[in-house]
Design a protein around this ligand. Sequence first.
Ligand SMILES: NC(=O)C1=CN([C@@H]2O[C@H](COP(=O)(O)OP(=O)(O)OC[C@H]3O[C@@H](n4cnc5c(N)ncnc54)[C@H](OP(=O)(O)O)[C@@H]3O)[C@@H](O)[C@H]2O)C=CC1
Ligand SMILES: O=C(CO)COP(=O)(O)O
Length: 328
Amino acid sequence: MSMQRKIAVLGGGAWGTALAANSRRAGHDVSLFARNSDTVSEINEARKNSRYLGDVILPEGIAASADAGAVLDQADAVLAVIPAQSLGKALGELRQVIPTAAPVVLCAKGIEQSSGRLMSEVAHDALPEHQIAVLSGPSFAADVARGFPTAVTVAAGNENTAAQLARVLSGPAFRCYSSVDVKGVELGGAIKNVLAIAAGASTGRGFGASAQAALITRGFAELRRLAKTLGARMETIMGLSGLGDLMLTCSSPQSRNYSYGMALGRGEDLTGRPLAEGVATAPIASELCRKLSVKAPIIDATAALLDGRISIDEAVEALLRRPLKNED
Ligand SMILES: NC(=O)C1=CN([C@@H]2O[C@H](COP(=O)(O)OP(=O)(O)OC[C@H]3O[C@@H](n4cnc5c(N)ncnc54)[C@H](OP(=O)(O)O)[C@@H]3O)[C@@H](O)[C@H]2O)C=CC1
Ligand SMILES: O=C(CO)COP(=O)(O)O
């Protein structure tokens, strides 16, 4: 059986375009829905998406369109690459035109601020008759768009669906591992963005590498606690979509969340910056932890910092002054 499929990508930003490029390199028929007509023409005519991916040249044959119905027609799999806070509304609007046989792979990393729902919960509510999967892991769009080696995890509740999607979405330099732990995979992606803002803020404020390592490690403990409480598997949290993505995002200014944190730490103007999903996820992640009685002082401090309730120095002082405890 030929592995060639029709892959429909929803979202013409950095990650949607990079995943379209990867799917094309994997030999699929690829169509991409972008709502911006300049993005559509540039992808079709110049094989570029300069607004989001600079001068990266995309593979031939990605068919971009602002007509979602045409993009989704006959699709075998759908990659939903719309930011977390807009995903529910967008999927609800597209429900009638997403083929019910096509699994919908969620690629956004975040928690819906208005409801506290994880992306899979948002999608199940918007598309109750579709199979939902998630793709997450350490993967900068620019790296994937350029065809640099990358590994991610694809999770679906059904083991065969996850394995099939991993086969279909893997490309020459893009290796997908499969998992049935949907919640674990999406939690890692959502929480690492919050922790990356904290790590970036620490760096931007001028604290050293030791502070950064402490924040990442203790932030990871908060992710583990939350994941355990929500029934995710620890192996997932220790894997690509958890620890792997945390390491990547908390250590590179290529990350928009980390660089947002750096700008915050330096006291720079934060208006007009690129998407940093952790900004919207931090307050709801903090609230979720509070509701579940999960101790998450770094997530809480990041939410308070973003909200302007405390300064970085006050946040650090409060973290350091907590009663001494066992390292668990
Ligand atoms: N960039 C990366 O390296 C990675 C990103 N991700 C995740 O992928 C998600 C998307 O990120 P990314 O692509 O980088 O973000 P970008 O900001 O680069 O692009 C977002 C895209 O989504 C479009 N969009 C927003 N709302 C809607 C909507 N309602 N309907 C249709 N399109 C919409 C925007 O359209 P317009 O251009 O018209 O504004 C834009 O093209 C995020 O959750 C991110 O965390 C995951 C892994 C890697
Ligand atoms: O999710 C990502 C890498 O895995 C991209 O991170 P940023 O959204 O912070 O750029």
